[in-house]
Design a protein around this ligand. Sequence first.
Ligand code: AMP
Length: 592
Amino acid sequence: MKHDTTSPPAEPPAKGFSPGFAALGLEAALLTTLDTLGYEEPTPIQREAIPPLLAGRDLLGQAATGTGKTAAFTLPLLQRIAHSARRCPSALVLVPTRELAMQVGEAVTRYGKELKISVLPVYGGQAMGLQLQALRRGVDVIVATPGRALDHIRRKTLQLKTIQMVVLDEADEMLDMGFAEDLDAILEQTPKDRQTALFSATMPARIAAIAKRHLKDPVEIRIAKEPLKAGAAPRVHQTAYIVARQHKEAALARILDVEAPKSALVFCRTRIEVDEITAMLTSRGHRAEAIHGGMNQPQRDRVMNSFRAGQTELLVATDVAARGLDIPSVSHVVNYDLPTSPEGYVHRIGRTGRAGREGSAITVIDPREQRLLWNIEQLTKAKIVVTPVPTVTDLRTKRLARIKGEIEEVLAAGDLDLFRAVAASLADQGDPLEVAAASMKLLFRMQGGERKESDIPAVSSRPPERPLMARRPMGDPRGRPGGMMPREGQGRPFTGPGRGGRTAGMAKVYIGAGKEAGIRPGDLVGAIANEAGLNSNVIGAVEVMDRFSLVEVPEVLAREIIETLSRTRIKGQKVAVRLFMEQPRGGGRAGG
Ligand code: AMP
C-alpha cells in the first residue's frame, strides 16, 4: 500500500542552489541549509532514497555509515513533518547506540535549522529527569535507542500516537544487540498508517523478516556495486588511518607533516571542509590551496596554474571541483573523508600512480566508516593497509632525516662561499660540530619542528563483519574474527555455552540484576557498548536470569568493563558487577 503524499510541493529552487539536490524535490529551506553546509551534490543513496521518501513511500535501504544515509532519511523526514502539528513527536528515529543517537540528533538539528525543528536524543545512561522535562515540553523528532524508548513508553512518558514517520537506522546492529522484540513492541505503539524507513549495512534474512513485518510495499535500494573491469583499479600503495572523529584534523596534519608530499590532492566532502582544511594546512606551513564549486573561473585558473607550476603542494578539493579539472599526476591522493561510493574512491585515486610512476593513496576515517573500506577492498581486490597515525617521535625522526637529506644535497651541490666565512668564524669560537648542530636546529625550528604536538589516541579497528545470516560472527576486540556465538534475545533459542561452560579467551561478568529488575539482554549489551566505548560485536553470550545476569566479554577487557559498569546505572540502578568465577559442577552460587 502506498501512502498519500502530504508534503506540499517543493518551491522552485532559487538560483545558486545545488541543482542535484533541487532536482530531488527538496524545498527551498532545506536547499539553503545544504548550501550553507557546503554540500555540492547528493550522494548515491541520497539520490535514490530522497524522492520516494518525499512521496511518502516506505523504504528498505542497504547503506553503511559514511554513504550519507543520515541526510538521505533526515531531509525527507524534515520536509514531511515541517508543516504539520508541532511538538507532539512527529518522527521517531531508532538507532543502536548512544553515540549514534547523539550523532543523528545533531544531524537532525543541523539539517532542520531553517525549518526550526526540535529534536531530542533519548538514550540509556542519561539522567531520566532531563529527558522527562524535554518530553513534557514537547519535541518534533525523537532519536532514541530502543531500550530507553521502551522504558519511556512503559512509564507513559513517551506517547507515539502522533508519529508520522519511523526510521530504523543500522537495523542489523540493533538486532545484533538483542533489540528485535523491543523494536516490535515500539512499532506496535505507532499508528498503522505511518511511513517507515529501514536502513541496514547488511541484509540478512532477519532484516528481511523485520522489514516484512513493519514496512508496506517498500521501495528497495541497494547501491549496486559494479564490478570493476580488470586493470581498472590503479596500482597504488593504499594506506588508511582510523581515528576518532574529533582527532581527524590533527591526524591529517600529522600524516601530511610526515609525508611532506610534493604534489597531493586532498579530497574533502564539503566546501566548508575544503576551506577549513586549507586554512589549517597553510597555518602549519604547507603550501595549500582550495578549489571548490563556490569559486569563480578566474580564481580556479589561478589556483590550478600555481599547482601545475609546483608552487602549491597541496590542492584541497571537493569531488565536484576536481571532476572537471585537468590535473597532472600527483604523488599522493589523500581522502580526508572517504567518497560515498567505492567507485568514487577508485576515481579519486586514479589521479596518482599514472604512467608507471609510484603513487600513494591515504585515507583518514573514523571507526564507524570501516565498512566502506572493506567494500573498497572487495571492489578493487587490493589491500588497504590500516596503519597507526605517526607519533610525535615518528614525526621528529622523519623531520631530522629530511633535514639531513636536504643538507647532503646542498653539500653535494657546493657553492657555499657566501657561508663559509661565517661558518669559519663560528667554528673559531667553539666546536664545529656544535655549529653544525645549531644550524640544523634553526632549520628544524623553521620547518615547524618545535611546535607543541601531542600524540593522537589510537582506535582499535573492527573486524570485517560478514553478512548476518543465522548467527552473528563475533570478533575479538583487536580485530580478528572469532567463533560464532548466539546471544539470547535475538529471536532464536539460546544455545551458548551456558553457565557451566566458557569460551576460550572470554571471561564472564556477573551483574547483580536480572529479569525481576526488568533487565533485557539489549540493556546489558547497550550499557557495555556505550559506557566502555566498545563495539557490541566483542560481547559474547548474554544470560539474563531472574535475579542476576552473566555476560561473556573478552578476557583482556574484563577488568575495564567491570570498572566501567560498576560506575554506571543500569536501568536507573546501581548494581553489583564482578568477575564470575566458575563453580565446580553442581555449585550453584553465582558471583565471584
Ligand atoms: P553518514 O553516512 O550519514 O554518516 O554521513 C557521512 C558524512 O557525510 C557526514 O559527515 C555528512 O555531513 C556528510 N555528507 C552527507 N551527505 C553529503 C553530501 N551530499 N555532500 C557532502 N557531504 C555529505
